[in-house]
Design a protein around this ligand. Sequence first.
Ligand SMILES: *Cc1c(COP(=O)(O)O)cnc(C)c1O
Length: 346
Amino acid sequence: MAHAQLTIDLGAVVRNWRRLDGLTPAGCETAATVKADAYGLGLVEVAKALADGGCRTFFVAMLGEALNLRKALGDGPMIGLLSGCMQGDAERIASAGICPMLLSVEQFNRYTEQCPGQHYGLQIETGMNRVGIDPVDLRSLDRTGIAENCRLMISHLADADDIDSEMNRCQLNAFLQATEGFTIPRSLAATGGILLGPDYHFDLCRPGIGLYGGDPFKDAEPTLTLALPVLQVRDIQSGQSVGYGGEWVAVSRARIATVLSGYSDGILRHLDGKLSLYADGVACPVIGRLSMDMMTVDITAHKTIPDHLQLINDRQTVNDIAGAAGTIVNEVLSGLSRRYDRIYVT
Ligand SMILES: *Cc1c(COP(=O)(O)O)cnc(C)c1O
């Protein structure tokens, strides 16, 4: 194998979307959150596959992503922009038919003044204290204008991954109260919220991480395989060390494979000593310190010399890697190297 290969199973992404959709009632739409380059998997490829699979609404974080997506998907799908309308962007948002999810009174005034009659969404603050219009301020906004042009009211749960968290119910009640009396479609749930049950589903759910095989959606199919090429194999004697600092020392004869990929590819240094790579299904421990572009693997137990080793597969998923690194799977995914050759399969 000549290059590191990240294989992305778009079929699995679409099946995960369908599975999540199946957890909500028929009248509830399932959108897809594809911000941060579809959590590192590739915005255009993922969104096109989901659109072909029947997804009609997408959420991104930045205007550039929204414009790319519009170009890739054409005019049909709704594209919600989670950063709303930033200064100077109103015209471009409106002319591309993007739906800005307005997050403050200031943004509301900006967009409705500069682009009267254009559609938008509203983000409501219900307890996360990140972005959103305070429910009291919502009451002071032009109600008729909202009834005519607002397509969706959303809020975001701060602790949805914890089914027992008190915050979920509190935010649900705050959302119900804030949106009472409006007849506009509502959305509260991302992946975690879908799993909290029907009270949280409203008219539209907007999962991200679950589509890509990440926790807390335990029934997700893995979507990634990452294979790293072996650069060199070397037999060393007992007492010889490997890598920076000479920290790992062989206690008997060992065969070491050096593969191409390191911490600059998003393989976090917290993983030192906690990771294996797979050679034809056999787990081989990564030993020594991770380098910027390389890592060393003890393949002594493996009978032959492999031409590549797998870092991500069905036995060691992105969830396992996040657990070992003491982080969340979102960080592992969105940190995946842009240097890998990407292969999309369906
Ligand atoms: C990131 C995000 C989502 C998707 O969340 P997941 O936990 O990845 O499913 C949905 N809505 C908003 C507002 C977000 O910021």
